[in-house]
Design a binder for this molecule. Sequence first.
Ligand code: FAD
Length: 440
Amino acid sequence: MNEKGPRVWTNWAGNQHCRPASIDEPKTEERLVRIVKEAAEAGQRVKVAGSGHSFTGIALTDGRMISLGRYNRVLAVDREKRTVTVQAGITIAELNAELDARALGLINLGDIDYQSLAGAISTATHGTARDLGGIATQVTGLRLIAGDGSIIDCSPEQEPEVFHCARVGLGALGIISTITLQCVKAFNLRAAEMPMRVDEALADLDRHILENDHFEFFWVPGTAWALTKRNNRTDEPLRTRGAWQEFRDDILYSNVAFAALCRIGRWRPALIPRVAKILPSSGRTVYVDRSHKVFTSPRLVRFYEMEYAIPRENAVQAFNRVRDYVKRSGLILSFPVEVRFATGDDIPLSTAYGRDSCYIAVHVYQGTHYQQYFEAVEDIMDDYGGRPHWGKLHFQKAETLSPRYPEWERFQALRTRLDPEGLFSNPYLDRVLGPIGAGV
Ligand SMILES: Cc1cc2nc3c(=O)[nH]c(=O)nc-3n(C[C@H](O)[C@H](O)[C@H](O)COP(=O)(O)OP(=O)(O)OC[C@H]3O[C@@H](n4cnc5c(N)ncnc54)[C@H](O)[C@@H]3O)c2cc1C
């Protein structure tokens, strides 16, 4: 038994802390089940902390915390169906390496690969794509430990109701023990990154989305410029950037120089716009690499983030309102506003449930006040029925969220069935989902 505590647990961004009664690092499912049963008997709550990459208090507990860093093996690979079954603690980086070694890959990914797979699907983590959803849409089966310690295997055929809801479960339905994912044959992506006037990007937004497998842009506040990224599947052979250019782009510019800009900005905010104006002059980069190497990159500069999913058709209007607000507010921001896309899905608490979505994300440097900026952007997103990312900062609660999710009650009914005592709850879940069995 690896039980330690009480010690302080902190998330990646450093804005969430808790002192769990204990932290267990189980290596077996039997141990996981025992922890759930022991906690239930002792009247304690239980929470799995993934890689701590949520900005919200979603992973916090003063009860028993479980770390699945040692519960991270690949259990089975079905070469014919191209599915893989893994223990829930595997990180996306570890999974990518395992898949790559088997000439497989995930069809779409977010910006980073540090998250645990279970943590990523539990909060509806997504990337950007013309006709793909978030990572949870690739799940074909789950094995879940419910509040009474029972194990539920679910898939579209077996326990379909559990499967329907638990792909994006916010950690509220039970502990995910294993995940089966649909993979694809490993593929290369051709990445083209280039600056563009933001008005130009917006004027032709539909075309950019339509013409590319994966389109996104980052608007640099204080400037008229956006950095656009187009990633497209290709049969072209690898044409990587080379070790120096990769280091220069991903570490030196995107992290080291950017960190310096953020620190300068904290000391002399007025300098930020001047430095930001230099950014658009950075030129066009084109390369071909393995898909997961293109999708994800290192993030060494710590920040706080809020991100909203709104109907895709409102993207330009909502973005322009954010841009206007930033101009009018006089806020001097060192972080870009990121805009991405995903197709609608059928997962009740997915932020893209039932509608093709645009994701608008705002960030500030770690340690900077975010309240005024994030609240103002949230007000704008409210006008479009915006759904906040479950792992990113926001100010909503169950009453404001429930009308935005047509299958809210269906999720709540399952939550009451699988966790009637609220074993997996915590103050964040109490706030955004409400108390067990209460409905809203
Ligand atoms: C630098 C950075 C970049 C990011 N980029 C993106 C991005 O591109 N796209 C995007 O959508 N999001 C992004 N995020 C957000 C991130 O993907 C999510 O917050 C994700 O949930 C973090 O995963 P985690 O493993 O750290 O989980 P945690 O934050 O530790 O936990 C999240 C939730 O999952 C639950 N959980 C974890 N494991 C289990 C389990 N086995 N069973 C049941 N519940 C479990 C936890 O209890 C908690 O409720 C980013 C975050 C950061 C810090």
